[in-house]
Design a protein around this ligand. Sequence first.
Ligand SMILES: Nc1nc2c(c(=O)[nH]1)N[C@H]1C(S)=C(S)[C@@H](COP(=O)(O)O)O[C@H]1N2
Ligand SMILES: [Mo]
Length: 332
Amino acid sequence: MSSLTRRSFLKATSALAFLAAWPGSACSGLLDRILRPQQARGTPSITPNEEFYVTSYRSPPTIRIGEWALLVTGLVERPITLTYDQLLEKPTVSSIVTLECVGNTVAGEFISTAKWEGISLGALLDEAGANGSAYDVVFKAADGFSDSIRFQRAMAGDVLIAHRMNGVPLPQGHGFPARVVVPGHYGMKSVQWLTEIEVVNYDYKGYYQQRGWTDDASVKTMSRIDLPGHGTTIPGLHHRVQGLAFAGTRGIRLVEISIDNGEHWTAATLEPPSSPYAWNFWSYDWAVPAPGRYTMLVRATDGTGMVQTSLEQDSAPDGATGLHEITVTISV
Ligand SMILES: Nc1nc2c(c(=O)[nH]1)N[C@H]1C(S)=C(S)[C@@H](COP(=O)(O)O)O[C@H]1N2
Ligand SMILES: [Mo]
């Protein structure tokens, strides 16, 4: 522990705080990765299903599809029961959406992007005749988990009940047979192994809210340097620095790099995002003045003009903040 910088110590404790909430969770590799010098990452714009991050508060339930149904209940004129076949027969919409866990550390690995296919939650609630003055829409799951979003958010049109992920039926480990996908909110709102959607007229507190975590769960603006890797030594004076940034539905307007501890900032080149709900990739052609040891910082500005805060905050209760910093040695 003695060699840990303050920043990486914060990262480790932040991850521990979240991991402590779920004994037996499937992320034992996380601390490993935080405490080791990071390998350079070449992050693909769509995460393959096998590499998509996994978090659930206990092991994924096994659902027998013949016994499964999705119910729409509560403040609705026409309650709905959908079998799996009936779900698949409904008009399909598709959307590329990035999910990030609220327990993710600054520049951590608990963020991934997939192409989700399923039905529109708003359309399903319309079909059920949901009461327009309702407060929350509650998602209940086969593993006992639940969470909710505000009624207006549920009706916005971009929230999916997904049954396919990157071209295949949802894997068991990502919510088979159906899950919610809520763009712009931390992953806890994207309830997996969905069994019931209940419309209610009060402020529902789900699994994480009962344990003190955020209810709104809008994602904080994040940015990450993937290349070069932290702690590496690289030869030559010209380097392409690469990474990603994410601010949910607010989008990313600007990404900047500093090599003088935040005194001066230079704009990176932004690639257009693959969807309004997906992360942004950026690159920066770095002409290094001279060989030596450099510290590099990244920060993003979201679509509303808000600059990512440098204030270091733990992931509990509403998402980590701070800037990603790497150290690289440039040799001749
Ligand atoms: N039923 C259920 N849904 C859940 C969870 C859970 O434990 N049970 N975990 C949530 C959390 S905290 C996150 S970050 C996402 C992760 O989805 P993924 O494992 O497909 O990446 O699922 C959410 N949905
Ligand atoms: Mo999460």
